[in-house]
Design a protein around this ligand. Sequence first.
Ligand code: PLP
Length: 390
Amino acid sequence: MISKLDLNAIVTTIKECLPKERDIIGLHEPVFTGNEWAYIKDCLDTGWVSSVGKYVELFEKQLADYTGVKHAVAVMNGTAALHIALILVGVKPNDEVIVPDLTFVATANAVAYCSAIPHFADSSEKTLGLDPYKLEEYLNDIAEVRYGECFNKKTGRRIKAVVPMHTFGHPVDMDPLVELAQRFKLELVEDAAESLGSYYKGRHTGNWGKVSAVSFNGNKTITTGGGGAILTNDEEIGKLAKHLTTTAKLPHKWAFNHDMIGYNYRLPNINAALGCAQLEQLPLFLKNKRALAEKYRKAFSKINGVKFFTEPEFATSNYWLNVLILNKEYAHERDKLLELTYTHGIQTRPVWILMHKLPMYQTCPRMDVSMAESLEARIINIPSSPFLCR
Ligand SMILES: *Cc1c(COP(=O)(O)O)cnc(C)c1O
C-alpha cells in the first residue's frame, strides 16, 4: 500500500480549520482586547513608564500566583531570564551545561554568556523535548560524580546543570529528569519560555526547576512587547534574582551603592502594565488555543503522511505553536509544503536549525542526536493565534 503525500490536501485541511475572512494568517499574532489600553494609559498619565512603578510588582505577584511559584522576577526578555537563572544556580566559566540540541538559540546563548559550554542532548519523539532515558544512558557512559559534583570524563570539565525546554509548550517528561538531575548532582533550570499555561502532572512548567525562565516576546502566548521572568521557590534566590537584575543597587534615598556586578535587565513598568492585562486574558487564550488544536487534530486524523502533534498523556499543554510532523519517508517534501502554504496566505515555519550545526556551537560536546535530526527535518509549525478559534 503506497500512498503519496498530498500537499494540496494538507493545505486545504489547514485552511478548513481557520477563519475564512482573512487573506493572510500569521503564525502567532498577539491579541489586545482586554485592559491593555487602560493600563498603559495609566502609565502615561502618571509618568511611571520606566524602571519603577506599581505594575512591575503587580505583574510579578500575579505571575507567581498563576504558576504557583513563590517568587517571580520580571525582566526585559526571556533570554535575560535564562542568563540570570544559570548564574543563580552557580554556572561558572568553563562548566558544561546540558541543553537540548533542538531548541531556540537563546537556550545555548545563555550558557555561552556565562562563559560556559553548552553540551547538546537528544530529544524525545513523544515530547519534542529532552529525552531523559537516552540522557541517562549517555551520562552513565560519560559522566561521573566526584565529591558531590558531576564531571565529564572525556573533557574533564564540570557539568553543572541541565536545561530542559518545553518545546512549543509541550512539557518534557519531568519525573525521570528530576530523578536523573538529583542522581548526577545537576542543577535543574527550566527553559519555560514557550510554556506559560502548560502543566506537567498538574504542576505548572517552570515550577519544577530550581530556577526557571519564561518569555513574553511578541509571538509568545502572552506578550509584554519584550519581556521575561525568572521563577523560583527559593526565597534567597528570589531576592538575589531581583538584586542582580536591577544593577545590584542597595536601597537608599540617594546613594549609588552597588555591591555586586549587577545587570540592568529589569522590565519597564509600561511593559509590565501590558503584561498584567495579558495575564487577565490568559485563561481565554488557552481555551481558544486548545479548541484550535482539537480542530486541527480531528481534521488531520484523516490525512496520510503527516501527524498533528498532541500533548503527552502526563501533560496539559498550552499549544503555543501547533505542530505537524511529516512521516519519515516524506521529510524531503517539507520545503515544498512550506512554499505552498505561503502561496495560500498561511504563514508556517520549520523548526530551528539544530544548535550543533550553528557555526559558534559546532565544536561543543554532544551525544547522539539522531531523533533531534529526524524531527528537525519533519516539523512544521502552523497558525496558532488565540483568536483563530473562538
Ligand atoms: C522565546 C524563547 C526564549 C526567550 O526569548 P526572548 O525573545 O529573549 O524573550 C528562550 N528560549 C526559547 C526556547 C524560546 O522559545
